[in-house]
Design a protein around this ligand. Structure first.
Ligand code: COA
Length: 169
């Protein structure tokens, strides 16, 4: 059985452990080794994770299978005052992908967003991340726009923004 647990600062090592396996595996054929190292340090250092949680209102949830944390997701309600929730990250350990955990985590966020009257849920995805794109489409998200984001050090993120409007009937 999978349990979904809100994460705290104390779970930073659990999040880092999952990202250390899932991140390089996801992007090894999409980004250079240098860009992977740069982005992992930018997003998953102790300082960065702490800042996301404490200052930027990023909420992390972990999926637990038995005694093992196997996935995490982070989201931000009312991101940039849009009245929309942004999913910032979702990573399932490769050994646990395609078993319904991504769907459970997405449904958790969609339920929260509906309960709080948000208009939509959206997220960014690398244009070449075919597996994630298939999953988002399966979850009822569609491409709202394209975005190229300069992340420093000569690197860019070449993304689609996917969105799912929420009805409140
Ligand atoms: C993409 C990811 C989050 C999906 O989570 P998951 O737990 O593997 O997906 P689920 O098992 O919950 O799948 C839910 C549905 O999507 C479909 N799906 C999932 N991955 C798919 C893929 N690669 N191709 C086609 N369909 C897919 C499933 O078949 C399932 O459909 P169903 O509801 O009809 O049965 C997960 O595989 C992952 O962590 N990938 C690597 C990290 C990543 O790319 N993160 C996103 C960065 S933007």
């Amino acid at each position: 059985m999978i349990e979904i647990i809100p994460a705290t600062i104390d779970n930073i090592p659990d999040i880092q452990k999952i990202s250390a396996v899932a991140w390089p595996q996801t992007f090894k054929d999409i980004l250079s080794e240098k860009q992977i190292a740069y982005m992992m340090n930018w997003m998953y250092s102790n300082e960065s994770l702490r800042e996301q949680m404490e200052k930027n209102n990023h909420r992390y949830v972990l999926a637990k299978h038995g005694e093992e944390f196997v996935a995490f997701l982070s989201y931000e309600p009312n991101c940039e005052n849009t009245g929309k929730t942004k999913i910032h990250k979702i990573y399932i350990l490769p050994s646990h992908q395609r078993k319904g955990i991504g769907k459970l985590l997405f449904n958790f966020v969609l339920t929260k967003a509906r309960e709080t009257g948000e208009k939509a849920v959206y997220l960014n995805v690398n244009k070449n991340n075919r597996n994630a794109i298939n999953f988002y489409q399966r979850m009822g998200f569609y491409i709202a726009k394209e975005e190229v984001i300069d992340i420093g050090n000569g690197f860019v993120m070449d993304d689609y923004v996917f969105e799912k409007p929420l009805d409140h009937e």
